[in-house]
Design a protein around this ligand. Sequence first.
Ligand code: BTN
Length: 234
Amino acid sequence: MPECHSTNSIASELSQMTDCAEGTVVITDNQTAGRGQKGSLWMTSPGQNLTFSVVLKPSFLMPKDQFLLSMAISLGVMDYLKSELGSKQVKVKWPNDVLVESKKISGVLIENHIQGNSFDSSIVGIGLNVNQTTFGDITATSLRLEGGCEYNLPLSFTNLLSKLESRYLHLKKGKVDMLRMEYIDALFGVNEGRFFWTGNTRFEGVITGVDDFGCLKVDSALEQKKFSAKEIRV
Ligand code: BTN
């Protein structure tokens, strides 16, 4: 659609309709009230980037394993970026920001509908900076800035979808050890010392990985801790 408030909100409404098929995509040229993680906004220039949401029905996944879906999606976005940007460094900043050369190029917002102990649907919202070249004060980048040429949006969209599908199929086939390993391998800052914030407290630690629930594992001088995305800022 040419314009909408948030593709995640629309996809979420659609997913509640009985005839909504898995794989339904809502995509817009101009998202006016894009939502990001932790209540943030996702702002993007009209007609220059990809902003879309996919309805998935991962009924094969236990709700406790939902971070596996997040890993698979981040890896799909990274696969696509690597296919376009070959030699550039592509990393995932926990939980699922995708960075190229340490600058954010894509954000993912996954919203799950869970009923009892099973998945009803999952709305996978992706914003990818494609042809935008200025980002104000924000440290961000785009395919165009990194690749040095203008990208065809429909083609980028098709290629990205195919990478996402292939990672989703890995998950469906139970290749979870592989997904976990590749995700940890691609984690920005893993095994490096850096500062973290929990509330108003700053401490120094080293990211050692992510547990099965998607909590970040950090070793500090005193102890080994685990944090959910709400509890810590990296
Ligand atoms: C983040 O980095 O905080 C996540 C941003 C997710 C943005 C995408 S754009 C398409 C979809 N619709 C939304 O309202 N948000 C997601």
